[in-house]
Design a protein around this ligand. Structure first.
Ligand code: GLY
Length: 338
């Protein structure tokens, strides 16, 4: 299933600033099927011209085994063989589904991604994690397998809703905090207005930079055994916040990072000057609110962790560019956040 697990995405694999349709140059006459969703099919019909396609409903509910069965039955009808090629054109849900179904059908077909959201371009499409949910259990079924290519086209971001764009920015801010200041933090601070206005040149730079940051981290720990988990900064709390407040993932990640910063400060790992600098940075991008965790959040947090222990391996930062891990019991978190 895992044809080339150690293949890392380097700059030659990542095409930035091309039209999404540029994937045609990589197909080499292979029988190609595009998996996408209803929104993209409506917005960009020209991408699908001359291709077999499987169009799925939009949204997280689609990320299920039922969808995988449906896609496989479509693959059979389309007479795909081991030389066929699958393209996932969509957000994180479509990339996760496509990578997984391509990896298991006939023991693995080649695939590529054309991610259509900022979040998918800088996170979901990069790093080889593919899969679906199992009931309420997020990403319980899946595999590690990398696409042949990822085409990130910032033009696609023009049709994103403000919320979806902000969600992607949340993950961009995360990368800025887990790497040295001069990698991204200073650049984002200097170009805030242009970023909020989706300036294409600036977005090209940011997407490329984030892809490089994530690829470098993944290269050190492709199967997520330890170091890669610094990418989870803000994520320990994001799941429960996302669920209870019903907000997009990347926005919840920023609330999660704020909670982690507070814990780091209260435990003496982070000084107040740095904490304030980061909070002003978030505010510049419109993340000025905070979420106070309630009992209902803690219940989900405990549910998430049941299979392991009652502790959380929290990602904290000691300074910008200095991520670290801090293991603590969930029951202590309430006290630390007072
Ligand atoms: N989204 C976190 C990771 O790929 O490890």
């Amino acid at each position: 299933m895992n044809k080339n697990p150690n293949k890392n995405i380097d700059n030659s694999d990542i095409k930035i600033g091309l039209q999404a349709i540029a994937f045609k140059e990589f197909l080499d006459n292979r029988h190609t099927v595009i998996i996408s969703d209803e929104n993209l099919f409506r917005l960009y019909p020209e991408v699908f011209e001359d291709f077999d396609k499987i169009i799925l409903p939009s949204g997280e509910d689609t990320k299920s085994l039922k969808t995988i069965e449906f896609i496989i039955s479509e693959f059979v009808k389309l007479n795909l063989d081991r030389n066929s090629f699958i393209i996932g054109f969509g957000g994180g849900v479509i990339c996760d589904i496509t990578g997984f179904v391509a990896s298991i059908f006939m023991r693995g077909l080649s695939f590529g991604f054309v991610p259509s959201t900022l979040l998918a371009q800088i996170d979901a499409a990069i790093g080889g994690k593919n899969g679906v949910n199992f009931g309420n259990h997020k990403n319980y079924i899946g595999c590690f397998n990398n696409p042949e290519f990822v085409i990130c086209d910032p033009i696609l971001l023009n049709t994103l809703s403000d919320q979806e764009y902000k969600s992607g920015l949340g993950e961009v801010l995360k990368y800025a905090l887990i790497t040295n200041k001069n990698e991204l933090f200073t650049y984002l601070n200097k170009n805030t207005e242009l970023i909020l206005n989706k300036n294409q040149k600036i977005l090209n730079f940011i997407i490329k930079k984030c892809v490089q940051i994530k690829s470098d981290i993944v290269a050190k720990d492709p199967f997520d055994k330890g170091f890669r988990q610094i990418l989870n900064f803000g994520h320990s709390f994001a799941h429960c916040v996302e669920k209870i407040e019903n907000i997009p993932h990347g926005i919840a990640v920023v609330y999660g990072m704020k909670i982690a910063l507070k814990i780091a400060f209260n435990e003496g790992f982070l000084n107040s000057e740095c904490q304030n600098e980061i909070l002003s940075f978030f505010a510049k991008f419109g993340f000025d609110k905070e979420i106070i965790l309630r009992d209902e959040h803690f219940e989900i947090l405990k549910g998430d962790k049941k299979k392991n222990s009652d502790s959380i391996k929290l990602v904290i930062i000691r300074d910008i560019g200095k991520p670290d891990f801090y293991e603590l019991p969930i029951d202590d978190i309430k006290d630390l956040l007072k």
